[in-house]
Write a protein that binds this ligand. Structure first.
Ligand SMILES: Nc1ncnc2c1ncn2[C@@H]1O[C@H](COP(=O)(O)OP(=O)(O)OP(=O)(O)O)[C@@H](O)[C@H]1O
Ligand SMILES: [Mg+2]
Length: 220
């Protein structure tokens, strides 16, 4: 379903420094699999997930989704692809500060023209699944880190994505809540969703179909 070919990424700093974040990455991910990327801080996990998720472009190499080379798509085509097919859970949540939980969760539905009532109902249902039914009207600053993380997870799911890309989805969360989130992601897998997770959390290794170990921008 997802394939990368010779993927490389360098970041240029103030014209002279160059940081190479990814070297020659080849991965193949089958539909409906649960894939975990782990490896030390700075090994390139976020960079790789952002490129696969079309949020960033590689310096060289290609990404294929269903045999289509998406690295050749325009920015507009990529934005549409993301909106329709991919749900993101970011390392630092990326919630919108002035919006309440339910507004944050339903935000990705606005471009699709879904009416207010349905947006609210879908957000409420997901927040209840995340045990946040009593936090619908709180803004992010009124929530704990783990609660914000769960709002971010609900938001990633609101479009019924085919692919979920989660960067450290349990890093701010206690073990019990982490286990709950992992079970929930696994439940989504049984519904046909493909899940890509970057994590240090060993709880994921038990349920992953594939684990890629990253080190210094390479897959070992
Ligand atoms: N925007 C950027 N500009 C310059 N260098 C960057 C940028 N983003 C990442 N890097 C560098 O790329 C390398 C890989 O970073 P990345 O964030 O992908 O690592 P990671 O495996 O996700 O780490 P962590 O576990 O800490 O989240 C690091 O050396 C980092 O300094
Ligand atoms: Mg990271």
């Amino acid at each position: 379903m997802i394939r990368t070919e010779n993927l490389c990424k360098s970041y240029r700093h103030h014209s002279h420094h160059e940081v190479r974040a990814l070297y020659d990455i080849h991965v193949t991910i089958s539909k409906n699999s649960f894939v975990v990327f782990n490896g030390p801080s700075g090994s390139g996990k976020t960079t790789l997930l952002n490129i696969i998720g079309t949020l960033d472009r590689p310096s060289a190499g290609k990404v294929f989704l269903y045999d289509e080379e998406i690295t050749a798509f325009s920015d507009i085509a990529l934005a549409r692809l993301r909106r329709e097919k991919i749900g993101f859970i970011f390392q630092d949540f990326h919630l919108i500060p002035r919006l309440t939980s339910w507004e944050n969760v339903s935000y990705p539905l606005i471009p699709s023209g879904i009416c207010f009532k349905e947006r609210f109902e879908r957000a409420k249902l997901l927040l209840e699944k995340m045990s946040l039914g009593d936090r619908l009207y709180h803004t992010p600053e009124e929530l704990s880190g783990g609660q914000q993380q769960r709002v971010a997870i609900a938001r990633a799911l609101v479009n019924n994505p085919e692919i979920i890309i989660a960067d450290e989805p349990t890093s701010n969360i206690d073990n019990e809540t982490s286990a709950h989130i992992i079970n929930y992601l696994n439940e989504l897998k049984t519904q046909g969703v493909t899940i890509l997770v970057a994590t240090h959390d060993t709880l994921f290794e038990k349920i992953a179909d594939v684990t890629f170990k990253m080190k210094n921008g390479r897959i070992e």
